[in-house]
Design a protein around this ligand. Sequence first.
Ligand code: SRM
Ligand code: SF4
Length: 558
Amino acid sequence: MSTETESTKPHHANEAIKANSRNLRGTIAEGLDDQSTGGISADDSQLTKFHGLYLQDDRDVRIERRRQKLEKAFSFLIRVRVSGGICTPEQFAVIDELADLYGNGTIRLTTRQAFQIHGILKGNLRPLVKRMDQVLLNSIGACGDINRNVMCHVHPERSSVHREVYEVACRAANHLLPRSRAYHEIWLEDELVGGGEVEEEPIYGQTYLPRKFKIGVAIPPSNDVDVYSQDLGLIAVIENGILSGFNLVVGGGLGMSHGNAKTYPKLALPMGFCTPEQVSALAEAIVTTQRDHGDRSDRRHARLKYTIEDKGLEWFKQQVEVRSGIKLGEERDFRFERIVDDYGWTQGADGLWSYVLFIQSGRIADRGDQRIKTALREIATLRQGDFRLTPSQNIAVCGIDEPSKAAVEEILERNGLSAANRQTGLRLNSMACPALPTCGMALAESERQLPEFLDSLERILVETGLQDEPISIRSTGCPNGCARPYLAEIGIVGKAPGKYNLFLGADYLGSRLNREVAAAQTPAQILERLDPLLRQYAAQRSDGERFGDFCVRIGAVT
Ligand code: SRM
Ligand code: SF4
């Protein structure tokens, strides 16, 4: 598509909402005071996303409320920004407190290392945001047409290189924050800045980006951040134990729509190499190129991946080099060897311990004998080290000294979690998005359905001796791709209630997309299809061959 065609098309309605919003203010403050509804206006609900807040309704009761002619059961979801996924025990304790006080009593760890609290009533939003602010947490820019939470490997203590990379990630995140004080005015009720005059947004301008923008930073050999799914991926290049810089990959993105071939998941493409000091300037140049050339008429075609596809990588690279004044170098060598979190205890060079706990689908809740929420709350009271949210929806408690290590073990044991990490390789490599009942876009169950589906698959794994084999499986309730299902060896994508499309054949390390092999299948039909494949894999795989590669080799994916 040419620029001319794009520019003559009318802009999407969201563009006018942003342009008229006085830098993200709209009438949100007035809407909060309107007690006649639990919701806010449609325009404002687009703007609150930039403040990390989504208007949702409980879909489990939607039909019944409609029958009773009642308003939808509105509530809000807050996504709390945690750059690089690291927070203090005090901050975790506040999230935990707020989930109980104002949310649905659970905490959701997201696939981008953020916290989510669901089920917040409109009247509770300000008290919640104010309490978060007391411990320096906020949700600015956690959603919306803006740079989102920057993902990064969660172990800065592992080496000086890890620390340096983490700092680069945080610097880039801060550099790309919006300058608008709207968040402070609306939620914290700060004084109006300069009498309420609209501030400059030097990077974003008055209409922000055409669409969301995502950055992830990987430190090989780990590709835990799924670097090829990012709009901008940075791959650390370490030479002789020193961080030389980063390979840049651009234009990754996973969202697609069923039945619309113009939308598709896409891996980020290599664009060159830069030094650590150049990252923020390059990120800004990439963002402003997308700001100026992204498609503002069709939100389904507005991500950076389509801009690059339409205009070409060479054109894009040139734009970025001119805007930043930086000439990119040649891509350097690197190798990914793992993607999964390092579950359990590991000791850092400083002698302190880290413990990564498997959390099914990132849901922190007390369920039966497994009291994850209680356990983490108790660990937070030790006030040791920090909490780290991993890109795979798990949590790590880090910086634990020897005496406290025993205390953590005792807490885990007492709350039924001593065996939490002793799961099949499949479950330890699983992810699911929230889908129903909170997500307005869900076509099918995901988080609530996956555990049962895994139980069935695990029976086959045990029979075939594959129980410890790491096989990645990711499920979503719609094709938007929030649990990055197109990068899993087994991807399950909601199509309609109880029906899923099955995708196979991605590589385990997140560098090859899978392909759809069956549409609109029930979980039982998917199981029927996977059963012989897994048995064949157990019997015929070659040494070290991964399930995704095996599926491709035997032609299960065409
Ligand atoms: Fe997502 C929209 C949840 C990561 C692609 N995503 C949504 C919304 C906000 C639904 C909505 O717009 O009304 C979901 C809220 C559900 C709920 O009740 O919590 C939602 N997305 C999530 C989270 C919580 C899923 C999870 O299991 O953790 C993740 C939050 C990440 C964060 O902390 O910022 C989440 N979303 C992703 C990812 C994965 C990633 O970024 O690594 C993707 C695919 C990568 C990408 O962006 O290409 C993703 N979400 C989408 C899309 C499709 C975007 C597109 O380009 O087409 C939508 C729909 C949209 O934007 O219109 C969406
Ligand atoms: Fe909702 Fe779809 Fe994202 Fe799942 S993948 S959280 S159903 S938008």
